[in-house]
Design a protein. Structure first.
Length: 276
C-alpha cells in the first residue's frame, strides 16, 4: 500500500514503482514503520501484564471485545472448520488406505490439520473479521495513543483502547484454534475407529507422540504470536497513518499486507524449528 504525506505529492512506497534516487527514503520509511509497529507491540505487551491495566472499566471493555470477537463467532466457525476438516480427514484416510499407509493417517491428520492449518485459519479469520469491522473514525478516536510516550494521557488511552483489543484478539485466535483442534481430533478418531472404544489406546499413543512437550509449547506459542500479530499490526498501521499525517491510497485495510506477511513468517519459522 502506498502512503503519502497530506498536502504532498503521492510517492509510491515500493521499489517497483520508485525512482532509484528515492530508494533510500523508501528504506528509511519502511524501517521506521516496522520499528513503530514493534515499539507499539512492546508497549501493548508491557501494559497487558501491568496490574494498572485491569481496573473495572478496562475489564468491562475487554470482556465486551472478547464476547464480540470470540463467543459470537465460535459456534459457526467451529462448525465450518469441522465440516472442512472432515472432508480433509476423509481424503487423507482413504488415500493412506489405498497405499497401505493407514498407520500414518492419524499422525498426518494431526500434524497437518491441528498443528498447522487450524491455527493459521483461525488467525486469518479473526484478521478478516477485524478488517470488515474496520472504521477510520473509531481509529482516529484513539489518536492520543498514536505517539506512544510516557505521558499519563497516552498511557491511559493505550490501556483503554489498545490493551483490551490485544487481549481479545489473542484470546479469540487461541480459543478458535483450541476448540476446533479438539473437534478435529474427535472427528479423526471417529473416521479411523468409528464409535468403538478399542482404538483409544492406539489413538492416545499416536497423538501423544505428536504432541510432545516441545511441540505443545511451540503450538501454544505460535497461536499466541498469531493473536498478537492480528491484534497489533492493523492498529499500529492506523495509528502510524494518523501520527505522521499519512493517507491510504486504496480502500484496503491499513497493515493488511504486512499482517499476511507476518503470519506467513511465523508459520514458516514454526515449520523450520520443528522439521529442519
Amino acid at each position: 500500500m502506498a502512503w503519502s504525506k497530506r498536502g504532498a505529492s503521492s510517492m509510491p512506497a515500493s521499489f517497483l514503482y520508485t525512482k532509484p534516487a528515492d530508494w533510500g527514503r523508501v528504506v528509511l520509511r519502511t524501517a521506521r514503520s516496522w520499528w513503530y509497529m514493534l515499539h507499539l507491540t512492546a508497549i501493548a505487551l508491557v501494559m497487558a501484564f501491568s496490574f494498572k491495566s485491569y481496573n473495572r472499566g478496562n475489564r468491562i471493555v475487554a470482556s465486551q471485545f472478547i464476547y464480540t470477537s470470540t463467543w459470537q463467532v465460535l459456534p459457526w466457525f467451529t462448525a465450518l472448520a469441522a465440516l472442512v476438516s472432515l472432508v480433509i480427514i476423509r481424503i487423507v484416510v482413504v488415500t493412506a488406505l489405498s497405499y497401505g499407509l493407514s498407520a500414518f493417517a492419524l499422525e498426518m491428520v494431526v500434524r497437518v490439520l491441528v498443528l498447522e492449518l487450524i491455527p493459521l485459519t483461525a488467525a486469518m479469520f479473526v484478521a478478516l473479521r477485524a478488517g470488515l469491522a474496520f472504521n477510520v473514525g473509531d481509529a482516529l478516536a484513539v489518536a492520543a495513543a498514536a505517539s506512544p510516550d510516557r505521558s499519563e494521557k497516552a498511557q491511559k488511552r493505550l490501556r483503554q483502547d489498545l490493551v483490551p483489543q490485544v487481549i481479545a484478539n489473542a484470546f479469540a485466535v487461541l480459543s478458535l484454534a483450541m476448540v476446533s483442534s479438539v473437534i478435529v481430533l474427535v472427528l479423526a478418531y471417529m473416521n479411523l475407529y468409528g464409535l468403538s472404544r478399542w482404538g483409544i489406546a492406539d489413538y492416545t499413543r499416536t497423538v501423544g507422540r505428536v504432541f510432545n512437550p516441545a511441540v505443545t509449547i511451540g503450538f501454544i506459542a505460535k497461536t499466541i504470536c498469531f493473536g498478537l500479530a492480528v491484534a497489533v499490526i492493523p492498529t499500529a498501521a492506523i495509528l502510524e497513518m494518523h501520527r505522521y499525517g499519512l493517507k491510504p491510497s486504496s480502500t484496503v485495510q491499513p497493515g493488511a499486507v504486512r499482517l499476511l506477511f507476518v503470519l506467513l513468517l511465523i508459520e514458516a519459522a514454526s515449520l523450520a524449528v520443528k522439521y529442519i
